[in-house]
Design a protein around this ligand. Structure first.
Ligand SMILES: Nc1nc2c(c(=O)[nH]1)N[C@H]1C(S)=C(S)[C@@H](COP(=O)(O)O)O[C@H]1N2
Ligand SMILES: [Mo]
Length: 418
């Protein structure tokens, strides 16, 4: 169907040429949005796969309850601890770009909607295959964007199972997306060569017959929507005034408090049922390793050599803090207490929180994360004791790791091969 057919002022059922009249639904509009999505969705796919690797999903079965990704897990690798802002950047891009692409995705779907009602529905075997791939493409796109948004807005609507859902969905979606791009890109490039974006936007085209908006207006609506989302989301990756602009962010609208502990909190102590009786003088950290087990009080930990590290909290939800000054005991020093004196043999660690219910009360860290001199069991932050909400009496902090691995209210560290 060319542009002309759709400008006919006839109406009829959705299958007839006159029904979808807007001339904006032409190849040009579809091509512009398609090219933006090609770049944007590829970035989402790459940062998404990296984000999944960062989460140590194959340290089974703690971090991900369905760790065996089979062939799709082929790329999983030991997430590095350098640079220390790596996850912050990766996840900030993933979530911010994902949100800003929503209007582009919707505009693109709107521009090709007549295809849904094409008659006859199936013309040949090849056509049937093409339509099936479009089903995976559109279904996959809606599924990935919907699960992503629900996860950040409703704080893990699918706790635990979000990861495999979003992960498998990503492979289905991206597979269909690549096939689609390979088929359509040549035509889109040709269209944009013939009718360049700038030139099309410079022409003050009036809304043509049967349409309520000009081509320029339509692109403005999509672009403006994207910019608005970008402007009300991006701030969640920065402190102070910037965070107050993050109106759409789940933890948006500013910092939770002032002072050394006044930075973003994922879940408060009260929300996950941490009672002050459990974190008082009777609290002990149980550390176990090569057949040895110790119970340390907070005083015992404070008597050990204290180290500092400036590290951010960067949540999978896409918000992050700038570097905070954490102070406490090195994880590798704790490993040395239970039989791993030789630094090159320090293994991974399994971390248990004293939190009894809910997600993220356990995490597994890899040997490279435990060995890093900046990886701490933190007792203080920014020169003050940790607040209850930031994990008093002790929490994990690891460079470049997703926030979810920085377990708060730690009760037990089990060093060993994971
Ligand atoms: N025990 C426990 N530790 C936890 C969590 C939790 O819910 N329970 N949330 C994790 C997540 S998802 C993040 S992003 C960080 C947030 O740390 P903060 O609240 O100090 O900013 O803590 C992590 N540690
Ligand atoms: Mo998080």
């Amino acid at each position: 169907m060319g542009d002309k057919a759709r400008t006919q002022p006839t109406t009829g059922p959705p299958g007839s040429p006159g029904f979808w009249r807007s001339p904006l639904r032409g190849t040009w509009f579809t091509s512009v949005l398609g090219v933006v999505l090609l770049v944007g969705v590829t970035l989402l796919f790459v940062t998404g796969l990296l984000s999944y690797a960062a989460y140590n999903p194959n340290l089974s079965p703690v971090n991900d309850k369905t760790p065996d990704k089979g062939l799709l897990g082929f790329y999983l690798f030991s997430w590095p601890t350098d640079p220390h802002w790596l996850y912050r950047l990766n996840q900030g891009l993933h979530v911010t770009v994902g949100i800003a692409l929503i209007p582009v995705l919707l505009g693109k779907l709107w521009s090709v909607i007549p295809k849904l009602f094409e008659l006859p529905p199936v013309r040949s075997a090849g056509h049937a295959l093409e339509r099936l791939s479009l089903l995976l493409l559109v279904g996959g796109a809606l599924f990935e964007f919907a699960t992503g948004v629900l996860n950040i807005q409703l704080e893990y609507l699918f706790p635990g199972s979000f990861y495999p859902l979003h992960f498998y969905g990503a492979w289905v979606f991206f597979g269909a997306f690549l096939a689609h791009a390979a088929l359509k890109l040549p035509r889109a490039v040709r269209t944009l060569r013939e009718r360049g974006v700038r030139e099309q936007l410079r022409t003050h085209d009036k809304p043509s017959e049967g349409s309520t908006m000009s081509r320029r207006g339509a692109l403005g609506l999509v672009g403006g929507g994207s910019l608005l989302l970008l402007a009300t989301t991006a701030g969640q990756n920065f402190d102070g005034v910037a965070r107050r602009t993050a109106l759409l962010a789940p933890h948006g609208g500013g910092e939770p408090g002032t002072g050394p502990n006044g930075f973003q909190i994922n879940k408060s102590a009260a929300r996950v049922g941490i009672r002050s009786a459990d974190t008082g003088r009777s609290w002990r950290l149980v550390v176990s390793g090569r057949g040895r087990e110790l119970a340390l009080s907070r005083e015992d930990l404070l008597a050990m050599t204290q180290h500092s590290a400036a590290l951010p909290i960067a949540c999978v939800e896409g918000w992050s803090t700038s570097d905070q000054w954490w102070r406490g005991v090195r994880l590798r020093d704790l490993a040395a207490l239970v039989g791993y004196e030789d630094r090159s043999t320090v293994p991974g660690v399994f971390v248990d929180s004293l939190q009894r219910h809910g997600s993220f009360r356990q995490a597994a860290l890899r040997d490279n994360q435990v060995r890093d001199p900046r990886s701490l069991l933190a007792l203080q932050v920014n020169g003050e004791d940790l607040s209850p909400d930031h994990g008093y009496p002790a929490r994990i902090i690891v460079p470049a790791a997703p926030g979810v691995l920085n377990t708060k209210w730690v009760a037990r560290l089990t060093f060993g091969e994971l």
